[in-house]
Design a protein around this ligand. Structure first.
Ligand code: FES
Ligand code: FES
Length: 158
């Protein structure tokens, strides 16, 4: 039963590890990750659900942690960029220069990882439409799409 008043202690499963946190009912998952747990790889952009910088996976599904209550993640699996360290998709972003300032990159990598989990060989249009929820101010998107296709083992000229 969820407690929507006062302060409560709940358990989250973050990157495969149980973590107990004390939260207020209105705390967002983004702020809990960054400010309570120190997982600052998840970026704080618009805090309005528009930019995708705060994307994490909740039970494998990409969500925007700035508009998700921590309370609603109780007992569920949360994956942050720290959980994808040295993963194939992270390496592909590095090898194909799929970033510039890097601010959007954690959210991009999480969302791209979810795409490849559900569709290991996506076409260009699928990649483009899946990634529409994540904004980048720097790259023009092509290097990001190339990184995803590299991780999928697809020649970017196809
Ligand atoms: S910070 Fe969450 S969508 Fe922009
Ligand atoms: S690399 Fe700078 S916002 Fe995407």
């Amino acid at each position: 039963m969820k407690r929507y008043q006062g302060v409560s202690e709940i358990e989250l499963h973050i990157n495969g590890r149980p973590r107990r946190v004390t939260i207020r009912p209105g705390d967002t998952l983004l702020r809990t990750l960054r400010e309570t747990l120190g997982l600052v790889g998840t970026k704080m952009g618009c805090e309005n659900g528009d930019c995708g910088a705060c994307t994490v996976l909740l039970d494998g599904v990409p969500i925007k942690s700035c508009i998700t209550l921590t309370l609603d993640a109780e007992g569920r699996d949360v994956t942050t960029i720290e959980g994808l360290s040295d993963s194939p998709i992270q390496r592909a972003f590095i090898e194909s220069y799929g970033f510039q300032c890097g601010f959007c990159t954690p959210g991009m990598i999480l969302n791209a990882h979810a795409l490849l989990q559900s569709n290991p060989s996506p076409g260009a249009e699928t990649v483009r439409s899946w990634m529409e929820s994540n904004l980048c101010r720097c790259t023009g998107y092509e290097p990001i799409e190339n990184a995803i296709r590299m991780a999928a083992g697809i020649d970017s000229r196809e």
